[in-house]
Design a protein around this ligand. Structure first.
Ligand SMILES: Cc1cc2nc3c(=O)[nH]c(=O)nc-3n(C[C@H](O)[C@H](O)[C@H](O)COP(=O)(O)OP(=O)(O)OC[C@H]3O[C@@H](n4cnc5c(N)ncnc54)[C@H](O)[C@@H]3O)c2cc1C
Length: 398
C-alpha cells in the first residue's frame, strides 16, 4: 500500500553532485521535479576536482574553492600543464545549484523503473521520466580507483606544495614501493580551506589497492620531503569501480535512465565523473523536453567509441609496473594539448584520442613493454598480489 503518491515530469533518484545538478537545471527549464535521497542534507564526502574548462558556462565560479593555473606532473621529468585545474567547493556547488523549487524527499528507493519509484516508507513516485543517479556499487574485483588522502595544514605542506600549485600525478621514486609492487602515484593539491591533500592513488588494478598500503606510501612521500604529521589529520578514502559502462540504447524497456557515474560517465582512466556529468545535464534535459530519448543524445557513437578506447587505456594501466607507468605518462604528457584533452576530458573527440593512444604506445620503450601495454603479455600481472601487512614506520608516527 502506498503511503502517498507524488507525480512529476522528472524523478531524480540520488542527490550526489549529478542528481543535484540535474534537479536544479531541470527545475530551471520549467520541469516539475521530484528528487529523492536517503539524506539529502548530508554534505558530500569526497574532494571533487576537475579541469576548469570542463565546467559548463552556466555554473557560477563560486563553485570553485581553489584554482591551480598550471598543475605539475612528475614522470621521468617535470611537466607543467598549462591548463587551469580546480578543486570544487562542495558548499559552493550546492549554493550555486539551489533546489528550493524541486520536491526533495528524504527516502531510499527500493524499486526504480522508467516511470515509477517506490520508497522504503511505501511512498510511490511517478514521473514522465526517471533518472537513476544512485552512484556506483562497491567494485569487488573490477578495475578500481583506490586512494588514501591525508589533509595537511598548508604551512606544513608548503615545502612540497605551495599555495596555488598542484601535483596532479607525482611518480617520483619516494613512496617506498619496490619495482615488483603494484604502482601508485601521489596527487596533491591545496583545497582552498587552509589545507593541502596528499593522496596516494592507484588506478586500474582489479580490486584496487588496500588503504593501509596507500597510507604507508603517502607517509613515505611526506617523509621524503621532511614533512612530519601531527597524527590527528583528517583523511579520506576512495575505492570505486572505473569500468561502469554507458547504458545500452533503448530496448531496456522498463529501466530508468542511468546518469552520472552510474550511467557511464565515470572516466575509466582518471576516476573523475563530476564535471562531465554536470556538463551533460542540459543535454539530457533538452532531450526530455523535446520528447526524445536522452540515452542516444548523451551517448552518440563517437562518445561510445571514446569510452571503448578509454577502457583499453585502463586495462593497460592496470598491468604496468611503476617503471612502465612512468614511461607511459612521460610519453602521454608530451602529446599536444588537444590530444591530452581527448584522453583526459573530451566526451567524444575520438580521432584525437585514437592518435594519442597510438602515439603513447609507439613511444613506449623498450619495445617489448608495448606488449604489456596492449595486453599481449602480463595481462594479469597484479591479480592476486599480496600486500604487506599494516605497519606504520616509526619515524612517521608522532
Ligand atoms: C576520495 C574520493 C575522491 C574523489 N575525487 C574526485 C575528483 O577529484 N573528481 C571527480 O570527478 N570525482 C572524484 N571522485 C569520484 C566522485 O566521488 C564520483 O565521481 C561522484 O561522487 C559521482 O557522483 P554521482 O552523483 O554520480 O554519484 P554519487 O556521488 O555516488 O551520489 C549518489 C547518491 O545517490 C544516493 N543513493 C544511493 N542509493 C540510493 C537509493 N536507494 N535511493 C535514493 N538515493 C540513493 C546516495 O545517497 C548519493 O547521494 C572521488 C571519489 C572519492 C571517494
Amino acid at each position: 500500500m502506498s503511503a502517498h503518491r507524488v507525480e512529476a515530469d522528472l524523478c531524480v533518484v540520488g542527490l550526489g553532485p549529478t542528481g543535484w545538478a540535474l534537479t536544479h537545471r531541470a527545475v530551471r527549464a520549467g520541469m516539475r521535479v521530484v528528487a529523492v535521497d536517503p539524506r539529502p542534507e548530508r554534505p558530500w564526502g569526497p574532494t571533487f576536482s576537475c579541469w576548469v574548462d570542463e565546467l559548463p558556462g552556466w555554473l557560477p565560479r563560486s563553485a570553485i574553492a581553489q584554482r591551480i593555473e598550471a598543475p605539475t606532473v612528475w614522470a621521468k621529468s617535470e611537466h607543467r600543464i598549462e591548463r587551469p585545474y580546480c578543486v570544487l567547493s562542495k558548499h559552493g556547488l550546492r549554493e550555486a545549484l539551489p533546489l528550493e523549487d524541486a520536491t526533495v524527499i528524504a527516502g531510499r528507493a527500493t524499486a526504480v523503473d522508467a516511470h515509477a519509484v517506490e520508497l522504503n516508507d511505501g511512498t510511490s513516485l511517478t514521473a514522465a521520466a526517471v533518472f537513476d543517479t544512485r552512484g556506483l556499487p562497491a567494485p569487488g574485483a573490477r578495475r578500481t580507483a583506490s586512494a588514501h588522502g591525508i589533509f595537511v595544514d598548508a604551512e606544513i605542506a608548503a615545502p612540497m606544495v605551495a599555495d596555488g600549485e598542484g601535483l596532479l600525478l607525482d611518480w617520483r621514486d619516494e613512496n617506498g614501493a619496490g619495482p615488483d609492487e603494484p604502482p601508485s602515484f601521489l596527487y596533491s593539491v591545496p583545497l582552498g580551506d587552509g589545507t593541502v591533500i596528499f593522496e596516494e592513488t592507484s588506478l586500474g588494478l582489479r580490486g584496487g589497492m588496500p588503504q593501509r598500503e596507500l597510507r604507508r606510501r603517502t607517509l613515505n612521500r611526506l617523509a621524503a620531503h621532511g614533512i612530519r604529521l601531527r597524527g590527528d589529520e583528517h583523511t579520506e578514502a576512495a575505492h570505486y569501480p572505473l569500468d561502469q559502462p554507458p547504458p545500452h540504447l533503448r530496448g531496456h524497456g522498463d529501466a530508468p535512465t542511468p546518469f552520472g557515474s552510474r550511467g557511464g560517465m565515470m572516466h575509466p582512466c582518471t576516476g573523475y565523473s563530476v564535471a562531465d556529468s554536470i556538463a551533460l545535464v542540459d543535454t539530457a534535459i533538452d532531450a526530455l523536453r523535446t520528447g526524445g530519448d536522452p540515452v542516444p543524445a548523451l551517448w552518440p557513437w563517437q562518445a561510445r567509441l571514446v569510452y571503448w578506447m578509454r577502457m583499453r587505456g585502463v586495462y593497460g594501466m592496470g598491468r604496468l609496473t611503476t617503471e612502465q607507468s612512468i614511461s607511459m605518462f612521460d610519453a602521454f604528457f608530451t602529446a599536444s594539448p588537444r590530444q591530452q584533452r581527448a584522453l583526459l576530458s573530451a566526451h567524444d573527440d575520438f580521432a584525437a584520442l585514437a592518435s594519442v593512444l597510438f602515439m603513447t604506445v609507439a613511444r613506449t620503450w623498450p619495445f617489448h613493454w608495448r606488449f604489456d601495454l596492449v595486453g599481449f603479455t602480463n595481462r594479469n600481472r597484479w591479480v592476486g598480489y599480496e600486500y604487506r601487512p599494516a605497519t606504520e614506520p616509526d619515524h612517521l608516527s608522532r
